[in-house]
Ligand binder design. Structure first.
Ligand code: NI
Length: 146
């Protein structure tokens, strides 16, 4: 049976500050630039969530994309949209919310909630129209699990 990857794009916006509490404001500014502004700033995030699975011969679908949308909304979007990532999201607590750290946290949060019959393949997270990161889980974890 052919296996196909399908992707849902989602949007949210959130505020953050990149910094390490054990560094001076000056050092934080040097390393993290404008993203270290002590009074926060926002980003319009775009996120592409890709799952992979067999095409159901009955429906011609890998899954109902509405189920994927709902899973992402419940696991991630509901918690982060219009929030401060440093202060208001329990599963990001203690994390410097770089896009890299954020995408790994999103994966760990979402992966157990992916609808049955498909597996999470990739998350692409855009922080700006020019910068994105992508993550596909720990190397070999899916093989080990599968
Ligand atoms: Ni930023």
């Amino acid at each position: 049976m052919p296996r196909v990857r399908v992707t849902r794009r989602l949007h949210f916006n959130a505020a953050h500050r990149l910094y390490r509490a054990d560094w001076s404001d000056e050092r934080n500014r040097e390393v993290f630039g404008d993203c270290s502004n002590p009074n926060w700033h926002g980003h319009n995030y775009e996120m592409d969530v890709t799952v992979e699975g067999a095409v159901d011969p009955a429906t011609g679908y890998v899954l109902d994309l509405k189920l994927l949308k709902e899973a992402v909304q419940e696991a991630v979007i509901r918690d982060v949209d219009h929030r401060n990532l440093n202060l208001e999201v329990p599963w990001l607590e203690g994390l410097n919310p770089t896009t890299e750290n954020f995408v790994v946290a999103i994966w760990n949060r979402l992966e157990p909630r992916i609808p049955e019959g498909v597996e999470l393949n990739r998350i692409v997270l855009w922080e700006t129209p020019r910068n994105y990161v992508e993550y596909s889980g720990e190397q070999g974890s899916r093989e080990a699990a599968g």
